[in-house]
Design a protein around this ligand. Structure first.
Ligand SMILES: Nc1ncnc2c1ncn2[C@@H]1O[C@H](COP(=O)(O)OP(=O)(O)O[C@H]2O[C@H](CO)[C@@H](O)[C@H](O)[C@H]2O)[C@@H](O)[C@H]1O
Length: 558
């Protein structure tokens, strides 16, 4: 592909066609707060028992006084940023249960990884789950976090006490049983799912029993299925964070996982001859959610549905599929974040500049007056790194610099290393992830490059906006829902180099116009994508799932 020239090709006014919001440093306004997908709300709209008691109380402390509508929720996950994080699921699992805990009794179930066993936290014996099919018996421990959040950790050292990520020895993402995933991932995550089902049924010797399971991604997908096959109608909410990772395993593994033979068909867990954990979760959960309204609609189409779009369309028609956006937690505040070399706020651009200087020094870039672009991402196909690599030369020739931070697919890591060697002082590749430096980079950069092919929600673009770094992103999924084109960032429509370059050119043009650039940064920083906005929709959904009990006539999708 040819490169797109800067200079005369740049339209000075291209970023200003839309009027900017008035911005206030002291009281940031809330933007884009309503994302519940309109096409999938047949159950939600009725919501007979739901009251305003869930509205913002200003507290996210677990011991906040709960309303009568409080529910006991077990949030089941494979990552939590407090201990182990591969990507966005870790952040969500750390923040969402805490936000919900102001209104519900929310506890978390997660495997006891090495990071927990060797942490400073005491693990108190709490329960036990029996062996099942080829799944070993294991103990359950309890960790009480410093803010009171209770984690139940599944103690099974032969499955979980390993060097590596929750999913495998490599770093390329969610390891769905293929590639670099652990060879026993089917057993590892069936064990987690079965433990969740046992806890829900009061069969785990715990002194606590949830009313509802909130399950996350393919690794928890068998939990609703186990409950269904046993004939126990425990309500379940299954959240898809990324449909592309499905947990596909050989059908010969069914017996060892305790999956009944007669469930292996197109309306059960079979996916083109393999066993799909993701399909099990979608098929048997009371409610399915994903993490933005746009992605909830997209996954019902062949383009984004990963072969499950027919099933998801059926769920949407049944009112069992909805989109609830992720948020970001209070720690993402440039005025108070202790990770930053200098705190800053809207219109305090000297403070932001200090973070840029630090980032340039830390990542080995030359001093520069040009724009600093950041890429903070898992390095996987989804994230469109190939487009950014193609655009890099033009960005550097236009006077820009780029820092890449992330790890993932080996060939992408290699390509980034080569790029940084080709453009020393202008491009830096940090292969790995460091929360501290990531925050400095969000704070120091002028623009975040995020040309994702698809993006269920995306957190990085929200972090960037909060820190006054304008995202340049593909108009898809949660990116489309959380970035206002020409106001808080730049969106492009086609996943094509030329289209991406036009958005980058617009960013360069805005950078040249100080007033416009500052107004956009202010608008971006004023957007508050707080988790509090998710409490009401999740609470409604929990209520709907509880009320569905005993009324399961529409579960099957033929
Ligand atoms: N190599 C790395 N190692 C560890 N952390 C890294 C990392 N690279 C980036 N991160 C961090 O992980 C988070 C990225 O979260 P995103 O939501 O943007 O994407 P991700 O694809 O991981 O999440 C998926 O789940 C989330 C949660 O629902 C959805 O928002 C998203 O669309 C979906 O793809 C950020 O906190 C970022 O700083």
């Amino acid at each position: 592909m040819g490169s797109v020239a800067f200079g005369e090709a740049i339209n000075e006014d291209s970023g200003s066609e839309k009027s900017l919001k008035e911005v206030s440093d002291e009281e940031p306004s809330i933007v884009n707060t309503s994302f519940i997908t309109p096409s999938a709300n047949t159950h939600h709209s009725s919501d007979p028992g739901f009251t305003d008691s869930f509205h913002d109380t200003g507290s996210n402390q677990p011991h906040h006084k709960k309303s009568d509508a409080a529910q006991r929720i077990l949030f089941v996950t494979t990552e939590i940023t407090d201990f182990v994080k591969v990507g966005g699921l870790g952040d969500v699992s750390s923040a969402l249960p805490r936000a919900l805990a102001a209104h519900h009794d929310v506890r978390v179930l997660i495997p006891a990884y090495r990071e927990m066993i060797h942490s400073e936290y005491e693990i108190v014996p709490a329960g036990h789950v029996p062996a099942f099919a080829g799944l070993p018996a294991c103990d359950i421990g309890r960790i009480t976090c410093s803010d009171g959040l209770i984690l139940y950790v599944l103690l099974c050292p032969e499955l979980y006490d390993r060097e590596g990520t929750p999913y495998g020895s490599g770093a390329s993402g969610y390891g769905d049983g293929q590639g670099e995933g652990w060879v026993d991932n089917d057993i590892r995550f069936a064990r987690l799912s079965r433990a969740a089902a046992d806890i829900a049924l009061g069969q785990a010797d715990l002194d606590w029993q949830p009313q509802l399971l909130h399950l996350n991604d393919w690794a928890c997908g068998l939990a609703p299925a186990y409950l269904h096959w046993q004939g126990h109608p425990v309500p379940t909410v299954f959240t898809i964070h990324n449909l592309a990772y499905q947990g596909l395993f050989n059908a010969s593994r069914m017996a060892v996982l305790g999956v009944p033979e007669d469930a292996f068909h197109i309306d059960g867990v079979e996916y083109y001859g393999e066993l799909s954990f993701m399909k099990a979760g979608i098929n048997y959960a009371s409610q399915v959610t994903t993490v933005s309204a746009t992605y909830a609609q997209e996954i019902t189409t062949p383009k984004f549905g990963c072969g499950l779009d027919g099933l998801l369309r059926c769920k949407a028609e049944q009112g069992r599929l909805s989109g609830i956006p992720n948020g970001i937690d209070d720690s993402w505040d440039p005025r108070t974040d202790s990770h930053l070399v200098q705190a800053f706020s809207c219109n305090d651009w000297r403070g932001k500049r200090a973070n840029a200087d630090y980032a340039r020094r830390f990542f080995g870039l030359n001093p520069s007056q040009g724009p600093l672009f950041a890429v903070i991402s898992r390095l996987v196909h989804q994230k469109g790194l190939d487009l950014t690599i193609e655009a890099a030369k033009a960005i550097v020739h236009g006077g820009g610099q780029i820092v890449f931070m992330g790890c993932g697919e080996r060939h992408v890591e290699d390509a980034l290393r080569q790029l940084s060697e080709r453009f020393p002082g202008a491009i830096s590749a940090y292969i790995g992830f460091d929360e501290y430096q990531a925050r400095s980079l969000f704070a120091g950069s002028d623009f975040l490059l995020m040309p994702s092919r698809f993006e269920p929600c995306g957190l990085s673009q929200m972090y960037a906006q909060r820190f006054g770094s304008l995202p340049i992103a593909h108009r898809t999924g949660g990116l489309a829902d959380t970035i206002e084109d020409g106001v808080t960032g730049f969106l492009f429509d086609d996943m094509q180099f030329e289209s991406y370059m036009r958005a980058i050119q617009r960013a360069f043009a805005v950078y040249k116009s100080t007033d416009l650039f500052n107004a956009m940064r202010g608008a971006a920083m004023a957007g508050r994508y707080h988790w509090k906005q998710s409490i009401v929709p999740y609470s409604k959904l929990y209520r709907v799932a509880l009320e569905q009990l005993g009324n399961e006539t529409t579960l099957a999708c033929q």
